[in-house]
Design a protein around this ligand. Structure first.
Ligand SMILES: Cc1ncc(COP(=O)(O)O)c(CN[C@@H]2CONC2=O)c1O
Length: 474
């Protein structure tokens, strides 16, 4: 009997080949255990509100009014909503063509794209053109759209950092391209050595791969490192020399927990370098409302900005975006609010600053608690989380544990994370889900559990880990 189109055996091989570990084996097992009544700490996903973080008040007030504009006609609306939220809601509704229920332009509402451009100009000190900014359903969709333009066939390679966020490996696989790894240096605080880039490109070319693009994730996921200005200059020079488009994933630009390396955008460094590079290097920069002190993951709001991309290419990207008709309109309003928050003197300014500062300061403290917690454990070493939302400790597994994993038919760090989950309910992602050097093992957890629960979580981890290391001691 011939196979039907959606029989597993006849599925698109690229679909079957792609992997996305953030919601993989560990997550599925944790969900099963939860159904059986076990208390699970889902610290596998950078999903702040799922771990108890409260949404910022002002954006929710504005979007609530946009979703229910009839409230604006209620004479008592001023008793419940501050005047600046009411004003902003009216502003955004005026930008739409019929409220939140109507499709917007496929690139997003022009008025919001203008706000994003103004944000970028204030941040970097260089012009930004709203026509070169597309709003997307989360940064994920923007990344997928651009990789879809770049990857023509299996011979096309994309330079991706290892460890990497598996949106990249999964999308490259789905699109039938080739991932070209460049390894970050754990002993150098996950530093990026341009010589590694050159080696990776040479290796790929020797195998007939045309390297077309390079991904940087700054701050890094899962590694948390913040790229220095000097490093960014080297990378941009490298992309210019090798004629690579640079995909700058900057979704964690608000999540910075140290003062030595503040966030600096690839766009700013590129413009600072001046011609010819500032006119030559093709750069796509991504941002989102899912991270930072917003954490509005479920809203699905993102954007990408295009730099030095030919007009005909921009038209093609627009054409493909049109197939999906419209980005999520309420998410676009969240994006507008994120890039243009309450200003000094606004009624909601003090509350907004209090809430956002409180979240960031707590994340900074939690990054420190978690890093120190891991470093107090036997056979565990952990770089400090300079930025982003994750901790990525190296677990030095004894050979007996590696043997036991093999007998259980599991990759060693999957074996360790499953044991951790069963013993403590802490749901993590094994380092193998992000890529790592041969014979070195990690796990990724988020720094998102509530601050008051963090010491107990780290105690529970330490108890498990030290017992595990004794049980499997060589
Ligand atoms: C580096 C990076 N880029 C893009 C995204 C996608 O963001 P959007 O929500 O805007 O699509 C994520 C999400 N981080 C995932 C989600 O939670 N945990 C993670 O590692 C990310 O970590």
């Amino acid at each position: 009997m011939s196979l039907k189109a959606l029989d597993y055996e006849s599925l698109n091989e690229n679909v079957k080949n792609c992997q996305y570990a953030v919601r993989g084996e560990l997550y599925l097992r944790a969900s099963e255990l939860q159904k059986e009544g076990k208390k699970i700490i889902f610290t596998n996903v950078g999903n702040p509100h799922a771990l108890g973080q409260k949404p910022l008040t002002f954006p929710r007030q504005v979007v609530a009014l946009c979703q229910a504009p009839f409230l604006l006609d209620n004479p008592n609306v001023g008793m419940i909503f501050p005047a600046d939220a009411i004003a902003r809601a009216k502003h955004y509704l005026s930008l739409t063509s019929g409220g939140l229920g109507a499709y917007s332009d496929s690139r997003g509402l022009p008025g919001v794209r203008k706000e994003v451009a103004e944000f970028i100009q204030r941040r970097d000190g260089y012009p930004s053109d709203p026509e070169l900014i597309f709003l997307t359903d989360g940064a994920s969709k923007g990344v997928m759209q651009i990789l879809n333009c770049v990857i023509r066939d299996q011979k096309d390679g994309i330079l991706v950092p290892v460890p990497q966020y598996p949106l990249y490996s999964a999308t490259i696989s789905l699109l039938g391209g080739t991932l070209v790894p460049y390894y970050l240096e754990e002993t150098d605080n996950w530093g990026l050595d341009v010589n590694n880039l050159r080696q990776s490109v040479a290796q790929a070319r020797s195998q007939g791969i045309t390297v077309r693009a390079m991904v940087i994730i700054n701050p890094g996921n899962p590694t948390g490192q913040c790229l220095s200005e000097a490093n960014l200059r080297e990378i941009l020079k490298f992309c210019c020399d090798e004629r690579l488009v640079l995909l700058g994933d900057e979704v964690y630009q608000q999540n910075i927990y140290q003062d030595e390396r503040p966030f600096i955008s690839s766009k700013k460094v590129l413009m600072d370098m001046g011609a010819p590079l500032s006119k030559e290097v093709q750069l796509i920069s991504f941002h989102t409302v899912s991270k930072g002190y917003w954490g509005e993951c479920g809203q699905r709001g993102g954007y990408f900005e295009m730099t030095n991309i030919p007009p005909r290419t921009v038209e093609e990207i627009y054409k493909v975006a049109s197939i999906a008709l419209s980005p999520n309109v309420s998410a676009q309003i969240f994006m507008g609010l994120m890039v243009s928050p309450p200003k000094p003197g606004d009624i909601s300014y003090d509350q907004f600053v209090r809430e956002s500062k409180g979240i960031l300061e707590s994340l900074r403290r939690r990054a420190r608690i978690m890093t120190d917690g891991f470093n107090s454990c036997k056979n565990v070493v952990c770089n400090f989380t300079e930025g982003a939302m994750y901790s990525f400790p190296q677990i030095k597994l004894p050979s007996k544990a590696i043997q036991a994993a093999k007998q259980a038919g599991k990759v060693p760090d999957v074996f360790y994370c499953l044991k951790l989950l069963e013993a403590t309910g802490i749901s993590t992602v094994p380092g193998s889900g992000f890529g790592q050097k041969e014979g070195v093992f990690h796990l990724r957890t988020t720094i998102l559990p509530a601050e008051e629960e963090m010491p107990e979580i780290m105690e529970s981890f330490k108890k498990f880990n030290d017992e595990f290391m004794s049980q499997y001691a060589d």
